[in-house]
Design a protein around this ligand. Structure first.
Ligand SMILES: [Zn+2]
Length: 481
């Protein structure tokens, strides 16, 4: 850890609750430097956002990317980071020397930058091309994220975001959605108890970061592990052959569950079944499956048990109405309070500030119906952790559902692919009290642009051309009351 005196002083000055009880002497303590580093990043992000957000942006401020924050750190200047960002958007600039785009820095600062960060910026005599500076910085960032992810996976797996690239035709894409389904299959196929099945899921969750990783990140040798159980060596080759022979994608649930079952029924690995059946607790089941079946290089039993507990909890949780998990800020409170905390967390955004008042039913004039308000809360829960819901219209002075305060337009239609399949079904539409659902999904499925559409609560793939043309850039949802 390398916190400079200047950074530490800024932290002690402005670090709020984070710096409580810390003084100058604490700077030499690596652990105490962590909040100081976080504060530095936080300050840079704020500065970058402030530089780029105009009054017209309202409550949708500029959010810098990690590369911008990193450049703000490297150059010690948020201004310079934005200058590099802007230059890099122009392909013609990328082969030019990076110095050309460090305008916000003084000549002395540029000189000092070359002296301390030659790897990224080259030397004064031979500055790197802009493209090299950016791609080097990105490579360093990627490597740092990979290392951080490995450490998280090992020590605090529950902190790993569950945005996965798993086959989306599977029942659910997150660990909490997939684990109960896989457990039911294991119980059906092998007669395991809940604890025994959860013991297997604990291992699979650990190996794949909760089904977010198929390929082992940093294999010690060879091609590394692949698939749910991170099969290596000969077992990996068998897995690949099994998928080939049966026509399964190697990332599919069918392929992975099929091979797991095949190994546990038809190969020497079947000894794990008896070993598991001799266990009576989750912890023992996790340990037995690791020892007999995974035989992992890195055991990390604590992490495996943590994933096992998550699987068991998800398996035992009562089914909820269409949501795959909790909502940030949905811990309690009235609908309005929950919406307010989601707005504060940027999970709900608005094209215009007045829409926020309308959603909270704090506007003058016609208010949206309480059922529509409650529906928005339920819909946000279906948005992936990395995404948000952007409202582009609520109340309108017109006939129809908007004029009655019963319709919402969702402007960030790019979430449609993951978002709509979760509730555009007759059962979910009925449970949510939805009347109309209109979206032109031609960009996702050219043959069935009306596949998600409902009218009067029933599938309705017959909206006219004009309506379909109007719903290319937003998703319209209305409630019955
Ligand atoms: Zn609409």
């Amino acid at each position: 850890m390398r916190i400079t005196k200047k950074e530490w002083d800024a932290f002690i000055q402005g670090g709020g609750a984070l710096k409580e009880g810390l003084d100058d002497a604490a700077r030499s303590d690596p652990i105490r430097q962590v909040p100081a580093a976080a504060f530095r990043m936080h300050s840079d992000i704020k500065a970058l956002s402030k530089l780029r957000t105009t009054a017209a942006d309202g409550n949708d401020p500029f959010v810098p990317e990690f590369i911008d924050v990193f450049f703000a750190y490297l150059t010690d200047s948020p201004d310079a980071a934005l200058a590099l960002r802007d230059a890099h958007t122009n392909a013609a600039h990328r082969s030019e020397p990076v110095d050309k785009f460090l305008g916000p820095l003084t000549p002395d600062q540029i000189k000092a930058l070359h002296a301390s960060r030659e790897k990224f910026f080259g030397t004064p005599a031979s500055p790197k091309p802009l493209e090299d500076a950016v791609s080097n910085a990105k490579a360093v960032l990627d490597e740092a994220f990979k290392k951080a992810f490995e450490l998280l996976k090992q020590h605090i797996p529950e902190a790993i975001p569950v945005a996965s690239e798993v086959d989306s035709s599977a029942p659910g894409t997150t660990f909490n959605e997939k684990a109960p389904h896989i457990m039911r299959n294991l119980i059906r196929d092998f007669g395991f108890t809940e604890n025994q099945a959860a013991g297997i899921l604990g291992n699979l969750g650990h190996e794949t970061g909760g089904f977010t990783l198929f390929q082992e990140l940093r294999p010690r040798s060879g091609r590394g592990g692949f698939g749910w159980a991170q099969w290596t060596g000969g077992r990996r080759l068998e897995f690949e052959k099994f998928c080939r022979d049966n026509g399964f994608d190697q990332k599919s649930d069918e392929g992975n569950y099929g091979f797991l079952r095949h190994e546990m029924k038809n190969t020497s690995e079947r000894k794990v079944v008896d070993a598991l059946k001799a266990t009576t607790t989750l912890e023992k089941a996790v340990e037995a499956f690791e020892r007999v079946f995974e035989r992992a290089g890195v055991v990390a039993l604590t992490s495996r048990i943590t994933w096992g507990r998550r699987a068991l909890a998800a398996f035992r949780a009562p089914p909820t109405a269409g949501t795959g998990g909790g909502v940030a800020g949905g811990a309690g409170g009235t609908v309005v309070q929950q919406l307010e905390s989601l707005i504060a967390a940027n999970k709900i955004r608005f094209d215009e500030p007045r829409l926020k008042q309308e959603l909270l039913r704090a506007n003058s004039g016609l208010k949206i119906s309480p059922k529509l308000q409650a529906l928005v809360l339920k819909l946000v829960a279906l948005v992936k952790p990395t995404e948000h819901l952007r409202i582009s219209s609520l109340v309108r002075a017109s006939a129809g559902h908007h004029g009655a305060g019963r319709a919402v337009d969702i402007g960030n239609q790019e979430i449609a692919r993951d978002f709509l399949p979760q509730f555009a079904t007759p059962a979910k539409v009925a449970a949510l009290g939805i009347d109309e659902l209109i979206y032109n999904a031609g960009g996702l499925d050219a043959a069935r642009p009306q596949k998600f559409n409902f009218n009067d609560g029933a599938p309705f793939p017959r909206f006219d051309d004009r309506t379909m043309a109007d719903h290319l850039d937003h998703i319209h949802v209305s409630v019955k009351a």
